[in-house]
Design a protein around this ligand. Sequence first.
Ligand SMILES: Cc1cc2nc3c(=O)[nH]c(=O)nc-3n(C[C@H](O)[C@H](O)[C@H](O)COP(=O)(O)OP(=O)(O)OC[C@H]3O[C@@H](n4cnc5c(N)ncnc54)[C@H](O)[C@@H]3O)c2cc1C
Length: 410
Amino acid sequence: MKLFTIVYDVIVIGGGPAGLMAANIFEQHHINYVLLEKNEKPGKKLLITGGRRCNVTNSYHVNEFIAHLTIPHKNFLYATLSEFGPKEVIDFFKQRGLNLILEDQIKYFPETGKSSSVLDVLLSNINKERLLCRQFVKEVHQTEYGFLIKTNQSTFQTKHVFVATGSNSYPSTGSNGDGLIFAKYLNIASTPFTTAETVVYAKQVSKEYALLQGVSVKNTKVTIKDTKIFYQGDLLFTHFGLSGPVILNLSEFIYDQLLKGNTYLSFGLTDLSEQEVIEIFEKARRDNSQIYKILEDLTTKRLAKVILEKLGISPKNINEVSKKDINAIIDMVLNFTISVDRVEDKEKAYVNRGGILTSELDPSSMESKIVKGIYFIGETVDIHGPIGGFNITIALSTGYRCAKAIISRL
Ligand SMILES: Cc1cc2nc3c(=O)[nH]c(=O)nc-3n(C[C@H](O)[C@H](O)[C@H](O)COP(=O)(O)OP(=O)(O)OC[C@H]3O[C@@H](n4cnc5c(N)ncnc54)[C@H](O)[C@@H]3O)c2cc1C
């Protein structure tokens, strides 16, 4: 094993968006640093983001961005995002020749439609000699001059360490939770990674509602029954259960509820309000419309079929349907209920909840409060957001702020 006698000012562990952003700032300020990445190349996860198109950021102002986060300690990010938030992310890429294009009025993607363009920009100003790949960091020790870092190949010495190792989601990309192991060794507190932003499994869908596989419901409000927790967005019935943005965003809370016991999701099969649905049925009564046709217009062919079959009501004109049955139909349209069996594992989730506790970190620098000289950035920290470019923004933003903070101290 080779021991590097150089004592670096900073060693960054992990070449995801957080670590690469920090490296960009160090390059600008000619800092004596290296970035250690365990894979043969950095940015493996970044390349698969947003369906390989990478939803880099969004159009929210800092206050709105924070309001969308569901973590209780979200204000921890206020100063960080105020310094380098969505607007600065867009400018950063624009200044380096990559325009980000607005989609659906909220999400920003690279104009090339390729996540590789985002990675190319992050790498373009990094001196290749400072990017050391196939360096799998195994141990981080505190010493009298700073830190000793042992990898599978070498031992490095540094005054400061940036841990940017990500979470435990998609470990095949290199992110397998090592940051928490380093932290534990140094007595820095963390909370275990658990699943967030993922799909849910429901046998009821695959068995009872097999016909609905592939059916989507636009902009529906999904509530976890017996709680006040809900999200609004598009939902998709799949061959294993439920998916779609609204389910991904709700999944971490469904996970919590499953730990307590039986979990049911309730949602409308239309985005119309209760009052609007009732009015449609009242008008249909006056016109004596066909019940199947009313439901088809309100939802889809397959949902209409499933509702009538489930309630044992044959297709006929509405005035031949009993009031009790009509009320049951309306209730099913407004409060369709599915029993959930489990949430996808954290390793297959897009994002993980958990990581280094923010109470352990100085929000102005991301430095550990108890072990001076070690900093945690990106998804390895217990901060995450919903889908829509929040997580890459958080990684870039914390990487930027942390690097700037350290430069002012060097
Ligand atoms: C399929 C998918 C799609 C996604 N789409 C989006 C999206 O469109 N928009 C969005 O905002 N977010 C998206 N995310 C989430 C986003 O990718 C992450 O939040 C983000 O990559 C976190 O960045 P990071 O730098 O903190 O960590 P990571 O990107 O996870 O990078 C960590 C790096 O550290 C390296 N590493 C780990 N341990 C060691 C070690 N011991 N030694 C050396 N190196 C190590 C890893 O190899 C890796 O390169 C998506 C995630 C997935 C899985």
